[in-house]
Design a protein around this ligand. Sequence first.
Ligand code: PLP
Length: 342
Amino acid sequence: MIDLRSDTVTKPTKDMLESILSAQLGDDEYREDPTVNELEEYCAKLLGFESGLFVTSGTMGNQIALLNHTNPGEEVVTTSDSHIKNYEHGAASFLSRIQFRDVKNTDGSISNEDLTQIIEASKIHKPKVSTVVIENTHLASGGSIVPYENIKSISDIAKENDMNLHIDGARVWHAILVEDKGYDYGSYTDSLTFCFSKALGAPVGSILLGSHEFIEDSREYRKKLGGGMRQAGVIASAARYAIENREHILKDHENTKFIYQKLKEREEELNLIETISYKDTNMIFLSFEDMTVSSNFIKKLEDQNIRSGFIRKNIVRLVIHKDVNQEDLDKIVDAIVHSSSS
Ligand SMILES: Cc1ncc(COP(=O)(O)O)c(C=O)c1O
């Protein structure tokens, strides 16, 4: 089975497993696990932050950031389709007791005008806006890269208005490796989370980055949420291996582009597919007339040993990752063509 439902389905490689076997371990609650400590330092340095905290998941990283940056009753600006707002089980209202102020968008960016208008409006009847969250890359639009210039200008406005900027960078390496600039996130954002378990290929774990003070407070929130760990070097060593070997992500992009281009070349055979979308990273979205057609398509693909999933009722998502091999690519294209000819 070729599993294209997500880039979270990857399995650890033999080398990654060997790195786990040789990891130096200690009790991370006492801050004595050298592998965890080194991972946190390495990631902080890599992206220009003072400090880092190893957390169990992207959701935990995002939610600790909100607990840190906000007070109950305040607002957080994010795009209407962001993960932090829609797909974290309502955790932000449950834990931080904030509400979101949406910016309608299609690609993850937030315009200067939209943010300025929201700040102005909040001065009369609306709550204080304390934080902005940008998701890079942006999942709901198909893995779009939010341009460095956009994040930078939102950061300037946030600073001028005494607001915090958090980056939900679950898949930020897709953006960093393609854009090849903006490595230094720590100099213009207050915090950032990225996941070792999405595309980078580790089995578990994410990191939260920020200032020394922010990370000290985050450590307490992590403990309150039950996220304190002991010999966490077992998983941190896999995470370290994953981040040091991140370049394969560019190969995943190449493979995704190959599939996209082949599908475009054969577009007249794709009777059931209305649009094919690809945003320069590791996802392809196929849209259909309605859910009956998209469900049938998913079943037909599965009959040919390819698993895919919905991102919306009529949109099927294919995510290319490191466990998709070169020889799988033509099989995937042929199976899509076969499943979408009526
Ligand atoms: C953009 C984005 N942010 C955050 C998360 C949450 O990560 P986790 O599943 O590790 O909690 C995800 C998960 O898919 C995601 O896609």
